[in-house]
Design a protein around this ligand. Structure first.
Ligand SMILES: [Zn+2]
Length: 536
């Protein structure tokens, strides 16, 4: 870039209307950092200059000055992290600072996951453009990209019932997927353990994923099962992507439940076999051994058909109650028992004492047996009870993260230690994912190199979602940048005390604007809605 800049100056000197170029050539320069370009290549020491929201120069030493210079010596400089599976839009409109996100170095959240997105809406909205405009008007501290949720599409067209879509409904659903993609969705997601997404057949999903094929955008799936039927669920996902001809992204891939931990070898074999036949298959994973989901997920899908009221009626009904109980107890045994389930969120004021407790302990507090306590919680909270379930193991977590086809996701929400985004008792992944991979898994456990860890958070997800000018430190790319200290970067949030920001991430830029300086939030939020780069 130095060379081309000199060429530019030479051309300017030769031009008749020559004016002396300003000494302050750039908006900002990060000086002397160890630059990881996001490709997986090793870091190299360089200056990085930013102008008008883009990276304008990268060189061992940039001679010109800038309005603002930030010393990066001894620190890593990387593309801002892209969270390929985020639920951070949940609190975005209450608290657009998304402080737990920006403090991890994340500059883009990819939302619309697990089959659920803001568009299409029952109000008739079928385009993401107004959503992107609302995000930019907030303004959001980070960029947003979004999938279209196929569960949302089904809810809008078919409703909450467990039945196949009619031909007319399928045609309407396909139109909605097309409209979402035409307006900038970066893929289509499902949540096949949730209702009404779970009621979609393989054929329906193949049809709805076909519009992804020509755009080379992924079908991202929270699979129908992540434990006893994990391998069957992977086969179904492969069949859907193959049938539709689109790329496949397995969301938050895991082996759930101790008796399924050994399946990781078979999982990797299936991924390799599918890739060998030409399927573009990758996955994402968060760096923890507990997952977070609604308490209802422990209950059978058939019992949840038709919504919360129908679900609660089936629990009470003499004809179905026994079967619901038996299948739920079998599921709880599979995850390792009621003591593996931490209650994290309730809506009922009378149940606040449950938050932060294991389900068995809270049941003892209430003098109930655990199943009855779980049902009581669901009833008083209209089915909305958040839980964290400890049913994965550490060595598999490391193997998933280190896998060449793995990217890093948080699967978490956005939080703040104060203000409206301090809610419930969240899974720490919403505050610690990215520094945890860099600190714990790369530096301490050495399960992957720092350059590869950065790649899995930047260049890899950007390519996956075709966010052409993101995820790399390259001249012309958007100036989403993070500076972190490789020696100290670390997550602080724990399952016991989640509301703690990470350490070792002093500086974050979003679209060339400093969002975090010396570890403190500053400046004007500059997040944008991001669309995949697709020539149409
Ligand atoms: Zn999910």
């Amino acid at each position: 870039m130095q060379v081309s800049r000199r060429d530019f100056v030479a051309a300017a000197l030769a031009a008749p209307a020559f004016r002396l170029p300003s000494r302050r050539a750039y908006d900002l320069i990060l000086r002397g950092g160890l630059v990881f370009d996001g490709s997986g290549a090793a870091g190299r020491v360089a200056d990085v200059a930013v102008q008008d929201g883009r990276i304008a120069a990268i060189a061992g030493r940039i001679g010109e000055a800038a309005r603002e210079e930030i010393a990066a010596r001894g620190l890593a400089v990387a593309p801002g992290f892209i969270d390929i599976h985020s639920h951070g839009d949940g609190s975005l409109f209450e608290d657009p600072r998304v402080e737990s996100v920006i403090r991890q170095g994340v500059t883009t959240m990819v939302v619309g996951q697990d089959g659920s997105s803001r568009v299409p809406a029952r109000t008739g909205e079928t385009s993401f453009l107004p959503f992107f405009q609302r995000v930019e008007a907030l303004p959001s501290a980070v960029n947003l990209a979004t999938m279209v949720g196929l569960g949302t599409v089904r809810r809008v067209v078919v409703g909450l019932d467990n039945r196949p879509a009619t031909a007319a409904e399928l045609a309407r659903m396909t139109e909605l997927v097309e409209a979402a993609l035409a307006s900038g969705a970066c893929g289509a997601s499902t949540g096949l353990e949730y209702t009404p997404g779970a009621f979609a057949s393989l054929d329906e999903l193949v049809a709805l994923c076909r519009p992804l094929a020509a755009r080379r955008l992924p079908y991202a799936t929270h699979m129908r099962n992540e434990d006893d039927q994990l391998l069957e669920a992977i086969e179904e996902s492969i069949a859907i992507a193959r049938g539709a001809g689109c790329p496949l992204q397995l969301s938050h891939l895991k082996t759930g439940g101790p008796r399924n931990w050994h399946k990781i070898d078979a999982v990797f074999e299936r991924i390799a076999a599918a890739r060998q036949t030409g399927l573009d298959l990758t996955f994402d994973r968060y760096p923890y051994i507990a997952w977070a989901t609604g308490l209802t997920t422990r209950f059978p899908v058939w019992a949840r058909d038709g919504g919360t009221e129908a679900f609660l009626r089936r629990i009470d009904d003499g004809a179905t109650g026994g079967r619901v109980r038996a299948e739920t107890l079998a599921d709880v045994e599979q995850v390792g028992g009621w003591d593996k389930i931490l209650i994290t969120d309730v809506t009922a004021a009378g149940d606040r004492d449950a938050v932060g407790k294991r389900l068995d302990a809270w049941a003892r507090d209430r003098n109930l047996e655990p199943y009855a306590a779980a049902v009581a919680l669901l009833r008083s909270n209209q089915g909305s009870v958040g839980t964290v379930v400890f049913a994965m193991n550490e060595s598999n977590c490391e193997r998933f993260l280190a896998h060449p086809q793995a990217m890093v996701c948080s699967d978490g929400g956005a939080y703040a230690v104060a203000g409206p985004a301090r809610t419930g008792h969240p899974h720490p992944r919403g505050l610690g994912t990215f520094p945890r991979v860099l600190g714990h898994y790369a530096r301490e456990r050495k399960v992957l190199t720092l350059a590869h860890a950065v790649h899995k958070m930047t260049g890899m997800p950007a390519a996956r979602l075709r966010l052409a000018d993101r995820g790399k430190v390259a001249v012309g790319a958007a100036a989403d940048l993070v500076m972190f200290d490789p020696a100290t970067v670390s997550d602080q949030a724990t399952f016991e005390q989640p509301f703690q920001y990470p350490r070792g991430i002093p500086t974050v830029l979003v679209n060339g604007v400093v969002a975090l300086r010396d570890g403190e939030r500053v400046g004007k939020a500059a997040g944008r809605g991001l669309k995949p780069a697709i020539r149409s």
